[in-house]
Write a protein that binds this ligand. Sequence first.
Ligand SMILES: [Zn+2]
Length: 382
Amino acid sequence: MIWRISTPITGQQSADSSTLTSTSSDLGETMSTFDINQISDEAIRTDFRHLERRANLIAKSLVEGYGPGRKPIEFRFINESEFNAYARFDTANDQHLVEINAAVPLFTMILFYRLLSDNRVLHYLDPAGAVASDFDLPFVIDHENFERRVDWKIEANSIRAFAAGTIADICNTFVILHEFAHVICGHVDAMQYYEGKAKVAEFASRRKQPKADKDRRLAWEAEADMIAAGFLVQYIGDLVEVTKTDLRAKQVFGHVQGYEWEHTLAIVVASLFGFFCYVEGTRRALHQHGDHPHPQVRSLAIKDFLLQAAEQRVAIDGEPFSIALDARLSEMMDVSYELGLFDPKQFTTAYSDGIDSQLEALRSLVEEFQDSCFGCRWFDTA
Ligand SMILES: [Zn+2]
């Protein structure tokens, strides 16, 4: 692994560049840079700065490690009315650009604060003690009408608030890594050839597309997840390491029998599942098209990618991992369902029974399209 990422636990402050207010124009699109200073809440502002700093470090490391002679990658949060993330080539500035709508990390933070306000999620965390985070937040449930919101009661003690912030950070880091993966896998540049526009958007209004395009996009999304999961394991390793010295990290991610890796991987997979359910609900409500598999298939595919990457570093014990994963997924589904975050019609038994074959079909698709990016890829395909 060629880069190190900071954990959110160290509390490092970034020298942020969030005061940028420039706009960039490419392919007729103009989106303004989100100004982190607009955020009134100090804790959330700090989380945004950590994410921005980490994204800038990842961009630098990827270009140094994989891209000598390649165009640089810039990162920014943007102001836009859509819940979306993009990787594109910015011809005006001759660089790759990863852009994430500021609503994405913000909603993710609120989502996990709400989930962790329910004591069934990570039930082993003591719910007692003084409430550290106690506020009502309007949260967008009806995405067809952003004005229609529900008030979510956020009530978490210190350890639960810490877990919520750290898990949101993991999911937001995954989103950033996924967008960077679209660049280094060559998807962004290859899009110029396939569809005439060097841009990958997570959601898009799209008319019916040819099956070949649909399959290729699905394969690329899975591939970006695979690369992102490989890098995320670095982050998970940092978290496991921190459990040895940080009491709060030990309480959330530590394990009495020494199964820290298994336990932490299970939390990450279940959290990504909850996050994908929310994102999928958003996409459907906005009547947008996406190229990702069903949240259950997507999170299980990522589970396999994470396990493969983790096993290159440490031996993972399958049994404690499976037990922990079942427990975490089950509590995540119960609470997400009660909060109305996913449609149970999407999670039928018949559907669950077909998941293995869907996973297998996804693997074949990734293999089929692995040479689809010609010389655009920043690394050799093994
Ligand atoms: Zn993507």
